[in-house]
Structure formats: C-alpha cells, structure tokens
Design a protein around this ligand. Structure first.
Ligand SMILES: [Zn+2]
Length: 283
C-alpha cells in the first residue's frame, strides 16, 4: 500500500452524515432490526432543515437497508443538493466480511442509491470505520466499483477500528493491484504526540464544544480541512433507550440532549461542503 500527498485547491471542511437509524450501529444483527421503532425520517427531516437554514451542503453516507425502506429520504437528500454516498448495506464490519460478501453488498447498495438519487455514487464510508490493516483489500473492491473517495480510515487506536499510523490528512492510496483511491481520514488533533478524534460522533458529544472548535480552528490554520461526521439519531435524544453492553451504551447515549445545540454552533462557526466537492479538485 503506497501513500501519496495531495494538494487541495478547496480548503473547506467536509460535513458527513452517516445515514442510519439509531439501532443500526449497535452491533445488533440485521435480522432483529424490525423489532425497533424507526426514527430516521424524523431525524433526517430535522437535520435537513438545520442544513437548509445555514445553507450547508453535506455528504450523506446512506445505508442500503435504509434507502430500500425509505426511498423518499434518498430522493429528498439528493433534491436538496447534497451528495449521496454509500455506507454499505447491512452495517457489518468490513473486516468480518469476505471480499465477495463485501462486493455483493456494495453492488446492491450502489444500485439502490444511484437509482433513487440520480447521482453516480463516488464516495464511501465503512460502517464502524472498519477499513483497518486487515481489510485494506476493500479499497481495491471500492475502486473497482467506481468509488473515487473514501473516508473510512481512522488514524487512532480503538477496540473496533483504527490504523494508528495512517496519514492524518487527505492523501492518495495506491493499492496492491495498482488502483488508486483518495482517502480523507477521520479528522484528529495531535495532543502530546497522540491523535485525538475531534470531529464527530461520541467524541463531539463527550468533549466540550470549545475543544472541538479550537481543534478545527487549529487544523484550518494549518490549511487542513476537517471532515466532521454526525449520525441523525444524535440529534434525536428521545429515541428509545435499550439495554446494551456497557461500552456501547455509554458512548451511544452520552450527552444526546446537548448535541443539537452544539451542532448548530458548529454550523455557525465553520463552513462545510461535500466530500466530492472538496476532494474532487485534488491534485
Ligand atoms: Zn454507521
């Protein structure tokens, strides 16, 4: 695997939405999903309004399962000028799939998303950021399926994901078979030699907003755009509370009631666009 530096002509931050229901990322198998109350239509509509109010465009990495059940959501997102990206179909860890399973899921999801959105899907984010050292083969499959931009690699140590030594900023990756893909790693801030995630998910809810803002400002001052990620259920604090393994429960439910206000501050303080727009001009 070779890495190459790139030059970005657009140094604007990227806003990404991992478009899934509140129970999709809890490591509950797809066979059990129908038991839970779906809240995604409500939370996406709230989110689309927030983006419209601030004139912000984002990349929505949509789960194929969601697109199949809520086709109007995909149509709405696309009609409002956002980029539709792919988040797989079943929210399975990529490193728990075989290359064939991964390819089949991707083909299925891409087919659904392209038909509904009328867009050629060129951006991808793995469920649980699960492109790790053991699943780098997935990048070859993605490139083969027409994916140009990936944002799945998290340069941190975490029990579920991470390539701690991966480059922290956007770069080209050349895979073993010679295909190339542009990677925008999940943004981190270096503190005392350690990569600290600052731009999304539980980290955004755990750290005070002032820390997130200072981190993004500092990276922007170095001329580095940030990629921020949010899940629609994070601005829906009333979604059901279910029993989960402690580690999952703590991060999932932490500080949900304050996320919408923090997210509004973020939209007020920074400029964001889609992954396609920011990486589309890379040299
Ligand atoms: Zn996800």
């Amino acid at each position: 695997m070779n890495y190459f530096k790139i030059n970005l002509t657009k140094r604007i931050n990227v806003l990404s939405i991992d478009c899934e229901d509140w129970f999709h990322g809890l490591e509950i198998g797809m066979d059990n999903w129908q038991k839970f109350e779906s809240r995604i239509e409500k939370s996406i509509s709230k989110l689309l309004n927030l983006l419209e109010e601030t004139g912000t465009k984002a990349t929505f990495f949509i789960l194929g399962y969601v697109a199949e059940r809520f086709p109007r959501l995909v149509e709405d997102i696309a009609q409002k000028g956002h980029e539709v990206g792919c988040h797989g179909y079943s929210h399975q860890f990529v490193y728990k799939q075989s290359p064939n399973e991964f390819r089949e899921e991707m083909e299925k999801s891409l087919g659904i998303l392209e038909k509904l959105s009328g867009q050629k899907i060129v951006s991808y984010r793995a469920p649980f950021f699960s492109i790790t050292q053991s699943s780098l083969w997935a990048l070859e499959v993605l490139a083969d399926l027409g994916i140009l931009f990936d944002s799945s690699i998290f340069p941190v140590i975490n029990y579920r994901y991470g390539i701690p030594k991966a480059p922290r900023f956007p770069h080209w990756i050349e895979t073993k078979n010679g295909s190339r893909i542009l990677e925008f790693p999940i943004s981190t801030f270096k503190v005392l030699g350690k990569n600290i995630p600052i731009a999304g998910g539980a980290y955004f809810r755990i750290f005070p907003y002032s820390f997130t803002r200072a981190g993004i400002k500092s990276l922007n001052r170095e001329n580095q755009p940030v990629i921020f990620y949010l899940h629609p259920w994070e601005i829906d604090p009333e979604h059901p509370k279910i029993e989960l393994p402690l580690r999952i429960s703590l991060t999932h439910y932490f500080n949900l009631s304050r996320t919408e206000a923090k997210f509004k501050s973020l939209l007020r303080d920074f400029r964001f666009s889609t992954l396609k727009e920011v990486l589309g001009n890379a040299e």
